[in-house]
Design a protein around this ligand. Sequence first.
Ligand code: LHQ
Length: 265
Amino acid sequence: MAYETIDAHQQDTPVLTVELNRPDKLNAVSDVMLAELNEVFKTAERDASVRAILLTGKGRGFCAGQDLNIARERKPEDGEFSFREHLTTTYNPLILRMRQMPKPIIAAINGVAAGAGMSIALGCDIRIAAESASFVQAFVKIGLIPDSGSTWLLPRLIGMTRALDLALTGRKIGAQEALDWGMVNRVVPDENLRETAWLFANELASAPTKTLGYIKRAFDFAATSSLAEVLDHEADLQEVAGRTADHQEGIAAFLEKRPPHFTGE
Ligand code: LHQ
């Protein structure tokens, strides 16, 4: 399917690559981009041939957050625009869809990730950053609070002390600091980003896909539940993971001393 603000491609591979495609604006988010991202993730969720998603940006930015040219035209004081309505119908479903996606999403962060663009990066499961990548909780600079899940995701990744530092000051941090703080999984030279992220995505795409989905679900559930609830939830999910063909294959491969061939079933 042809999109206007993103580029999605998957050729003879279980990895769907999604590129944000407004490079002149550092891939700032428009309403069309929000609709297209929601659509591409919805389609990927249902498409069994997709077993991992690689998200990156074209040009020198990953994503600069909400397009401020569009934001300037909006007049909330006239009742013509509601931040609440906008968020609950566009960004929020997108972030929820990413967190609930039963397949891994790998971000290849090629440049700046600012505002909601940083939230989108945080909504991914694995973050591989180029050395020149940077992160900005830009919201406060324009008098807004962090949205699109940043208040939930950021402290869970880097702790409350550092999350509040970034959110209150809006200061930019580089890839190495993000790595030291546990916000990204790896930092690689700019020229190696695509290759590294691609290999990572392919490795995850050959894993037991359904189980990866259950693992994501288990961790997100655990983030807001008691130990007793989590133990019960783990037992429920293990009940289904234990009935997958990939579980049988994993055991057989181990006992037969050969690499497993997981099919995602
Ligand atoms: C942009 C943008 C941009 C348009 C760079 N828009 N053009 C908000 C409102 C409503 C509802 C929902 O949620 C939200 C959530 C949010 O995301 S709020 C936060 C919005 N984002 C920002 O405030 C970030 C604004 N951008 C920046 O601070 C800088 O551009 C960063 C730090 C991202 C990058 O700085 P530089 O590397 O120095 O690049 P630059 O500033 O020169 O930008 C390059 C071009 O991209 C430039 O256009 P031009 O025509 O002059 O070359 C910028 O105007 C454009 N651009 N971000 N968000």
